[in-house]
Ligand binder design. Structure first.
Ligand code: DX5
Ligand code: ZN
Length: 229
């Protein structure tokens, strides 16, 4: 498993998005962009016009997390605009197979997200349709919330389902991921880590990314040592 860090622009200065993206460009694997519509979550952020504008100003792959009520309508357009990953919520989609396939056929990776209260097992049959599973470690909608440890057993079960499936599916965690919590996520089997406050709230965002990566790598090595016995 390769550790990847996806800094969330939700914690950045929205009036200086390109500059903020550049601040982590040399170290980040992805730029995580949170799209919220005020319906699926009680907050509104940015939509397709701003994502399209940002894509012109960054070479870092963009990871779009759609927290919107109608992802079936909008997700393919984010992929067509050039987002390299588009994640839809299991709770919001009414045609997941069609939408995930449209994301992939537009050339992006397809992600499926689930809220803390959503069980992963009913989605096992969708694993062939996705490139990444996102297990939310807070209720979606806002940055800076405390990490929910109650989600860690689900991260473990998700990793087991992925291992049984046998494909190359990434397992992302998002919400409250930082210095204090990233090791627990890595030990549970996550390999893609979204961090907003922990990166853009730091005085040196690039150094924060590197620190988080080193912590996650150490915890991943530790966990795989256990697995080997
Ligand atoms: C929350 C968003 C997250 C948010 C995480 O709904 O999906 O991506 O930016 O922020 P932190 O890392 O501050 O918890
Ligand atoms: Zn997010």
């Amino acid at each position: 498993m390769t550790v990847q860090i996806s800094p969330s622009l939700l914690a950045a200065d929205f009036a200086r998005l390109a500059d903020e993206a550049n601040a982590v460009a040399s170290v980040a694997d992805w730029l995580h962009v949170d799209v919220m519509d005020g319906h699926f979550v009680p907050n509104i952020t940015i939509g397709l016009p701003v994502v399209s504008a940002l894509l012109k100003h960054t070479a870092t792959p963009v990871d779009c997390h759609l927290m919107i009520a109608d992802p079936d309508r909008w997700a393919p357009e984010y992929a067509e605009a050039g987002a390299r990953n588009v994640t839809i919520h299991a709770e919001a989609t009414s045609a997941p197979v069609r939408t995930l396939r449209m994301i992939r056929s537009a050339g992006a990776r397809a992600g499926l997200a689930m809220n803390p209260g959503t069980t992963v097992e009913p989605y096992a049959d969708l694993l062939p349709e996705i490139d990444m599973l996102l297990v939310m470690t807070v209720e979606p909608g806002f940055g800076g919330q405390p990490f929910l440890d109650l989600v860690l057993p689900k991260v473990r079960r998700a990793r087991e389902l992925i291992a049984r499936h046998g494909g190359e599916i990434w397992l992302q965690v998002d919400g409250g991921v930082g210095e204090e919590t990233i090791a627990r996520c890595a030990e549970a089997g996550a390999d893609v880590f979204v961090a907003g406050t922990a990166v853009f709230g730091a005085s040196d965002p690039a150094a924060a990314v590197e620190y988080l990566r080193a912590s996650a790598q150490a915890a991943t090595r530790h966990a795989s040592g256990f697995a080997r016995g």
